[in-house]
Design a protein around this ligand. Structure first.
Ligand SMILES: [Fe+2]
Ligand SMILES: [Fe+2]
Length: 355
């Protein structure tokens, strides 16, 4: 019996749903007032359920296998490189100082975007302690970020993060066709980045399901962000890559904080939760290291890689330089840009180091 498919309206009475909601956040009424923002998804595989929703009728298999007679599954287009546990644990928060006018423009725009994201996702990690006296709930906790709030932030963040790589890849692809010139490896890396971000999103969607309000916000944000990034990339691809580099710095910071919160025992549901199957397969997660914390560790390492890639691409000649992350080097023993995180450079490779 596939338990993902068998959670039905009858399986969860209104009474038990209310009970689960109370145990989940300790404030069923607050959730009930915002039922459409996010629904925490019940999952039976792996072992036990971590979250349930107040609307059991909506529960269903999120990504069922194709309903076709001869096709069993579809394969991933890009195999994820192997990360070691030590490499992932060594990822650090970092910031590349703005040096040029283009860098300052990128940083200012990123800070504006970040402000909007914090507002939309109710993120106030740093202010939690200071807010304690004003907000009775915060007063009881050193962090105001619950599992539910983190999920809202992750899902919103990943729906936005998947846009730049696709836009950059698409524009470079069209440029190559139009100008009848080679692209030298940029397109694949950009498209792979957007694919990777979408896998982050699919991982989180196995745990929580956005309601209609959040879907509406995502729709609006995508419409604005796609078009703005599209125009920006046409005007200055260098600034656009720098902007993504700064955005990824924030993503690394976000996931570092959630890992710290898990390790500090503030997010017990994340600590106990098993990683979704889609995550186990995509990252090839080794047995015994398949918790939600482990999945977040992989995601943070991916964000660090995007940070490195985009800061490096922002240092290159946008028209003529090859993409060093897709290149074969003469001397492979000397540290150089690679697809995995063997030679990680948090703030990117300078042009003379990279080529
Ligand atoms: Fe991501
Ligand atoms: Fe990213």
């Amino acid at each position: 019996m596939n338990c993902n498919r068998t959670i039905t309206a009858t399986a969860l009475s209104k009474q038990s749903a209310t009970h689960i909601l109370k145990t989940l956040n300790g404030k069923a009424t607050a959730i009930a007032a915002r039922p459409a923002f996010i629904l925490l998804q019940s999952r039976c595989s792996p072992p036990e359920r971590q979250f349930s929703t107040s609307r059991p009728a909506l529960m269903k298999e999120l990504f069922p296998p194709p309903d076709t007679p001869n096709i069993k599954t579809t394969e991933a287009a890009w195999q994820h490189p192997i990360y070691s546990y030590e490499q992932m644990e060594s990822i650090k928060v970092a910031h590349r100082e703005a040096r040029t006018v283009s860098d300052h423009v990128a940083l200012s725009i990123m800070r504006t975007v970040r402000f909007g994201m914090d507002l939309v996702t109710g993120y106030k990690h740093d202010k939690a302690v200071a807010n304690g006296t004003k907000d009775p709930k915060d007063a009881k906790s050193t962090s105001s970020m619950t599992e539910r709030k983190w999920m809202i932030r992750f899902i919103f963040l990943e729906t936005v993060a998947g846009v730049p790589g696709m836009v950059a890849g698409m524009l470079r692809h069209l440029h190559s066709l139009r100008r009848m010139k080679r692209d030298n490896g940029w397109i694949e890396t950009c498209l792979e980045e957007s694919y990777n971000e979408r896998m982050h999103l699919l991982t989180f969607l196995q745990v929580a399901q956005p309601g209609w309000f959040m879907r509406l916000v995502v729709l609006g944000a995508q419409g604005v962000f796609f078009n703005t990034f599209f125009i920006s990339y046409l005007i200055s691809p260098r600034t656009a890559h720098r902007f993504v580099g700064y955005l990824e710095e924030e993503a690394v910071l976000t996931y570092t904080r959630v890992l710290q919160d898990i390790d500090a025992g503030k997010l017990p549901k994340f600590a106990q939760m098993q990683a979704p199957e889609i995550a186990v397969k995509y990252w090839n997660m080794p047995e015994g290291q398949r918790t939600m914390r482990d999945a977040i560790l992989y995601i943070r390492a991916d964000e660090a890689k995007h940070r490195e890639v985009n800061h490096t691409l922002g240092n290159l000649d946008q028209k003529n330089d090859p993409n060093p992350f897709a290149a074969k080097f003469e001397d492979d023993s000397r540290p150089h840009p690679v697809k995995d995180i063997k030679y990680h450079k948090a703030t990117g490779w300078e042009r003379e180091e990279a080529l």
